[in-house]
Ligand binder design. Structure first.
Ligand SMILES: Cc1ncc(COP(=O)(O)O)c(C=O)c1O
Length: 384
């Protein structure tokens, strides 16, 4: 299917219209081979040698995601979101200064805290929603990467991508955006100037809580991109063909799922606002959210399926609500078809900066009435 002639929604639904070239089957084939046969003259039919370097099944998933994120970008799939994120950091050089969103997925923060120092990176956390703080933190000639997550886990802070990209680029700093939560359905960071986009494809892209996968995309095929690809090839954090096949299938319904989750999340956040058992409902779609105005500019078609609530009764009430839900699943992760609820501070451990009264909700695609009724009953039942 010719890209540009149809919408991204259609490209996703038809996995770019690619069919099995042998049978004409509309579902693409899986290529599980790890190695490829040499011809008598020593050459390879398609220049493929070994699956750690390239594989047709994950290349299809890469082409689909690249088509969704933006014109002319390139994509590399990884074995997980963390493998994708760390490939970017590990492609930097010892001594490089890296600026990272203060609020972000804890796994990235934990990896940076445990390994970046020994890797020789100089990591500094900064509030990327505060442009003055970003400008002050950039060290011209030393800062090599600005890492932004938006909306950011678990307060859903929104960073103005166009503004931070302009600041970073003026100092020749590359900007990487973790677009896991917004997905290309709602935000396309390349359109706002990002150089790299990173995903945990485990979440919305696959959407069914049954595949671990990650992706890095680049606006330019430059030497840094070649380093990231070389890291994947040589360190071996590749996505398996079966997972890649499931991922391309999951992405076919990405738009439907993300739109539905966003609509339900907005309805739930609106309904919960002002609830006497809550001190705060954190959702970028609410006008009361500090990032709302930027979100309106930067996100199109919804504000995502993630929200957090803070309980007036503190950690004890939060635990009681967790115990009282019947429809929501008590589980970590996000972006699946089923709605999830979790106590982030407990998941992250004693060093977590997340308030103990906060519950994080990932809204799925179930009937909205069931989700609202479940939360309403749990909040009432568990009231201190
Ligand atoms: C925003 C974000 N980025 C990255 C990751 C890491 O992805 P994975 O669990 O696929 O390694 C996660 C996982 O929760 C995430 O929420």
């Amino acid at each position: 299917m010719e890209q540009g002639s149809v919408s991204r929604e259609t490209l996703a639904a038809q996995a770019l219209g690619e069919a099995d070239p042998v049978s004409g089957g509309l579902a693409p084939v899986i290529s599980p081979a790890t190695n490829y046969e040499r011809q008598v003259d020593g050459s390879y039919r398609q220049d493929r040698v070994y699956t750690r370097a390239d594989n047709p099944t994950y290349e299809l998933a890469e082409r689909v995601l690249a088509a969704l994120e933006g014109a002319d970008c390139a994509c590399a799939m990884f074995a997980s979101g963390m493998a994708a994120a760390t490939a970017v950091f590990q492609s930097l050089l010892p001594g490089d200064h890296v600026l990272v969103s203060r609020v972000l997925y804890w796994g990235v923060r934990k990896w940076l805290a445990e390994f970046a120092l020994t890797w020789g990176l100089d990591v500094e956390f900064t509030d990327t929603t505060d442009l003055g703080a970003v400008a002050a933190a950039i060290r011209p000639g030393r800062t090599r990467l600005l890492w932004v997550e938006t909306p950011a886990n678990p307060m859903w802070e929104v960073t103005d991508l166009a503004a931070v990209c302009a600041l970073a680029h003026a100092a020749e700093v590359r900007v990487a955006v973790d677009n896991t939560v917004a997905t290309p359905v709602l935000t396309r960071p390349f359109e706002h100037g990002a150089d790299l986009v990173v995903h945990s494809a485990t979440k919305y892209l696959n959407g069914h809580s049954d595949v671990l996968a990650g992706a890095v995309l680049t606006a330019r095929r430059d030497p840094f991109w070649e380093r990231i690809r070389s890291w994947r090839r040589n360190a071996g954090a590749v996505l398996g063909p079966f997972e890649a096949w499931l991922l391309q299938r999951g992405m076919r319904t990405l738009f439907l799922r993300v739109h539905r989750a966003s609509e339900s999340a907005l309805a739930i956040a609106t309904q919960l606002s002002g609830h006497p058992a809550l001190t705060q409902v954190l959702y970028p779609g609410l006008p009361s959210h500090p990032g709302h105005k930027i979100a309106v500019r930067q996100m199109s078609g919804g504000f995502g399926g993630m929200l957090s609530i803070r309980l007036a009764g503190g950690a004890e009430h939060a635990t009681a609500v967790l115990q009282a839900v019947r429809v929501f699943k008590r589980a970590t992760s996000l972006g699946g078809v089923e709605s999830l609820i979790e106590h982030r501070a407990a998941v992250e451990g004693p060093s977590s900066p997340v308030p103990a009264d906060l519950l994080r909700l990932s809204i799925g695609i179930e009937a909205l009435g069931d989700l609202v009724a479940d939360l309403d009953a749990a909040l009432g039942e568990a009231a201190p």
